[in-house]
Design a protein around this ligand. Structure first.
Ligand code: GAR
Length: 193
């Protein structure tokens, strides 16, 4: 699992994984920075952690190769990016199947400011998207989406909290189904048998 901040989606997966029937074990949590709540959550649960900083590598592709190697060391079936605020590169994406959760109904509002962008645009419905990661920015095949209303008077914070309240159960559901059943990909259509 890859995180950059609070890690509430990580916490939801850790909690779900306590049930053996869920079929998921969080084998490691990686971050691109120290001192974040996501890493503390993992440590509290005895899950191994690692930090891979862009600034510790000569260039972005060096960082990507180092991150790929750190992930591979844990031999995960799936990498889940939840609030990981870096674009993954070719080394990671060649070696791993990566699921990302995004706080908007893609293809609307990709990028790092999805909630603010949706609010500024004035949409009345937004939501979250779980998708497979490809080389683009939030362009990969869509696994699942949940919509939420935008309420009058919403701030970025209040809207993001409403999105996150549906995002956590969506991610838990999708990751569990992928882990238990696998998936096939035809063009952009993902099927989980
Ligand atoms: C989530 O809403 C996730 O979709 C978003 O960061 C939040 C992380 O929350 N990701 C992005 O904006 C990526 N572009 P969390 O740290 O509490 O799980």
């Amino acid at each position: 699992m890859l995180v950059s901040g609070t890690g509430s989606n990580l916490q939801a997966l850790i909690d779900a994984a306590a049930d053996p029937g869920y079929g998921v074990e969080v084998v490691a949590v990686g971050a691109d920075r120290d001192g974040i709540q996501g890493l503390e959550r993992a440590e509290r649960h005895g899950i191994p952690t690692f930090v891979c900083r862009v600034g510790d590598h000569p260039d972005r592709s060096g960082w990507d190769a180092a991150l790929a190697a750190q992930l591979t060391a844990y031999d995960p079936d799936l990498v889940v990016s939840a609030g990981f605020m870096k674009i993954l590169g070719e080394a990671v994406l060649t070696a791993h199947t990566v699921v990302n959760t995004h706080p908007a109904l893609l293809p609307a509002f990709p990028g790092a400011h999805a909630v603010a962008d949706a609010l500024a645009y004035g949409v009345r419905v937004t939501g979250c998207t779980a998708h497979l990661v490809d080389s683009g920015v939030d362009t990969g095949p869509i696994l699942a989406q949940t919509a939420v209303p935008v309420e009058d008077g919403d701030t970025e914070e209040s809207l993001h909290e409403r999105i996150k309240s549906v995002e956590r159960p969506l991610l838990v559901d999708v990751v569990g189904r992928l882990a238990r059943h696998g998936h096939t990909l035809t063009d952009r259509k993902v099927t989980i048998p």
